[in-house]
Design a protein. Structure first.
Length: 364
């Protein structure tokens, strides 16, 4: 099969006859919905408008590589030669507005807007971002949101992962002001910071301010643990590379099974005296019984109560029998998936610990 230009590759992938390059019945390659739409658009641009952009050309080369295995089943194995084929149409440079993420404010509609070039990886990740208020406007081909701090935070944190981000007009002024106020650091959420030797919580609110009244702010594990319970982040400057401080500051934390005994010493300092055992640590035949027993024995050696936990039956015994104090228990499990509701309500816990077993498996 002889290809003389990239346009021939497009036609082949869409199922065109290789002798006459006329329409065939079905695509030669099993393309995803996104990729099929893109290649159809490329066929239209290169054939009808005789012009494509550098970004589009680069993306098409990536698709050739992506579908190399399917192409090889058609006898096409020299992928690099396909990518080196010339285009018959004109290639024009992609303008910055088509390569950058552009965040702006639409005064007429009172909406924040985001325009981005097509990138499948971004679409998939942005779509499933937690607490994401942005919605796609198919007609205007842009993301839109009411003007809120949450919307700006999501854009500020997620867009730079995929694009050079440009803020326009009022949005640019607001972002610049926030960054300047925070000394080049932007704290969107309540955060314990250290500045000029003084510990203080930035981006707080009236409710948090009241709760913080009787708490001494410092870098002790007890203070950082309290911050995690109140939903207050801790600045990296305070944590540094100290594993104990990082452990104390996280509401959900992962711990290697071989480091669990060290963590139990830290937990003793936090004065926790009750554990709920969740998924992977119940004594059932479908889990690693040896690991469950090992964890249970280690916990009991530190005089910590163990309570089996179930979301359907929150407590296997009355709450008043679990502990001699009013301290929140901690939740320990082996599985990675976490129901964050466990941190709140009647089943509230002070910390969720996910144990990771990285030991090599035994083959018998």
């Amino acid at each position: 099969m002889k290809f003389q230009c990239k346009e021939h590759v497009i036609w082949f992938m869409l199922g065109r006859d290789s002798a006459t390059w006329t329409s065939g019945s079905t695509p030669s390659i099993n393309l995803s919905h996104f990729d099929y739409s893109f290649i159809v658009n490329m066929q239209s641009l290169s054939h009808d408008k005789k012009e494509i952009t550098t970004n589009q050309a680069q993306l098409f080369d990536k698709l050739i590589f992506k579908y190399r295995k399917q192409l090889s089943t058609k006898g096409i194995t020299e992928i690099e030669k396909l990518q080196a084929l010339p285009w018959q149409c004109t290639i024009v440079p992609s303008l910055p507005k088509y390569t950058n993420a552009n965040v702006d404010f639409d005064k007429k509609e009172n909406l924040l807007t985001i325009r981005v070039p097509f990138k499948k990886e971004f679409i998939n990740k942005f779509r499933f971002t937690r607490a994401n208020p942005w919605e796609w406007n198919r007609k205007k081909k842009r993301y839109e949101s009411t003007p809120t701090t949450i919307a700006l935070r999501v854009a500020y944190n997620k867009l730079p992962e995929f694009f050079t981000t440009v803020y326009h007009n009022e949005v640019n002024a607001l972002i610049t002001q926030l960054e300047k106020e925070q000394s080049t650091k932007t704290y969107w959420d309540p955060t314990l910071t250290l500045s000029d030797g003084e510990y203080k919580v930035i981006s707080s609110n009236t409710i948090l301010d009241e709760l913080l009244t009787d708490i001494k702010l410092d870098n002790s594990t007890q203070c950082l643990y309290k911050m995690s319970q109140l939903g207050i982040n801790v600045d990296e400057v305070i944590l540094g590379d100290d594993a104990k401080l990082k452990f104390a500051s996280e509401s959900i934390t992962e711990v290697d099974l071989d480091d669990f005994n060290t963590c139990l010493e830290w937990i003793s300092e936090l004065e926790c005296d009750t554990f709920y055992f969740g998924s992977g640590l119940q004594t059932r035949p479908d889990i690693d019984y040896k690991v469950s027993v090992e964890v249970r024995n280690a916990v009991m050696q530190h005089d910590i109560n163990i309570i089996p936990f179930s979301l359907n039956n929150a407590f296997s015994q009355p709450m008043e029998t679990l502990s001699n104090s009013d301290r929140l228990p901690m939740f320990v499990q082996m599985l990675s998936s976490v129901d964050t509701e466990t941190l709140h309500g009647n089943t509230a816990v002070g910390k969720i610990i996910i144990l990771k077993n990285k030991r090599p498996g035994e083959v018998t």
